[in-house]
Design a protein around this ligand. Structure first.
Ligand SMILES: [Zn+2]
Length: 149
């Protein structure tokens, strides 16, 4: 059964970019070693797009793309902080920087290594693509009922 979700809030350093995100209190985050994530120390958790709400700062966001151009690295033009982005692994989802979440709602973070320097193999082995897929409540309910009978 999927863990219950809580509402985390967070944003960039200057406060222009603010968001809320529905995710478990115990997060699984990814520490990627690709050239750009390594420079930014980008450790992030991935959620379906519908779990993420940008509250403010859309006009402050600047976008950086490189390599395949799929990942949309969006950062605050005032303070330079990337509080979230749209990763190559989950272009349909949002990756949220764990260090940009406000204190008080995160109970634990399990950090997994993502070998972004060998991206294709890491992507296939990690199961990260599933992190931006919303669980299907109807299907889960059916399987629980089936298990109970
Ligand atoms: Zn900022």
């Amino acid at each position: 059964m999927a863990p219950p979700l809580v509402t985390h809030t967070g944003g960039c350093h200057c406060g222009a970019v603010r968001f809320q995100v529905r995710a478990p209190a115990r997060l699984t985050a990814w520490d990627c070693n690709c050239t750009v994530c390594a420079m930014k120390r980008n450790t992030h958790f991935v959620v379906p797009a519908e779990a993420f709400t940008l509250l403010s700062g859309e006009a402050q966001l600047t976008e950086y793309r490189w390599g395949t151009g799929v990942a949309r690295h969006r950062f605050c033009a005032s303070c330079g902080v990337q509080a979230f982005y749209h990763p190559r692994s989950n272009p349909d989802g949002v990756a949220v920087t764990i260090h940009c979440i406000d204190a008080g709602t995160v109970e634990a973070v399990t950090v997994c290594s993502f070998d972004g320097l060998n991206w294709e193999a890491a992507f296939a082995a990690s199961g990260i693509a599933a992190h931006s897929v919303a669980p299907a409540p109807a299907a889960a309910q059916i399987s629980e009922e089936a298990a109970a009978s």
